[in-house]
Design a protein. Structure first.
Length: 94
């Protein structure tokens, strides 16, 4: 993953409902640290300073973030230099 995700121009990441049961096992404080770590990783590629269950949760969410970012980058690569038509023009801004 890029060390500076801000250059990729992606402005968001997805948290899936499937994570709810796993994250419910963390304390509110751990969930808060995890959320901020996810923002730092998604935007800047910064690895977190988490421990224990928070680090474990980060590791599986990071894997999904990386897969989602790769899919987004591939979509942008395919659209690069091509005329964007239909729903792609409206929904994907690379």
């Amino acid at each position: 993953m890029s060390k500076d995700m801000s250059k990729d121009m992606k402005k968001s990441f997805v948290l899936y409902y499937d994570y709810r049961n796993h994250l419910a096992l963390l304390s509110d404080e751990e969930r808060g640290r995890l959320l901020m770590a996810l923002f730092d990783y998604g935007e800047y590629g910064k690895e977190p300073e988490l421990t224990g269950a928070s680090l474990m949760a980060f590791s599986f969410i990071r894997s999904q973030l990386d897969r989602d970012a790769a899919k987004y980058a591939e979509t942008c690569r395919k659209l690069d230099g091509q005329e964007q038509v239909g729903w792609l023009e409206v929904n994907i801004s690379c």
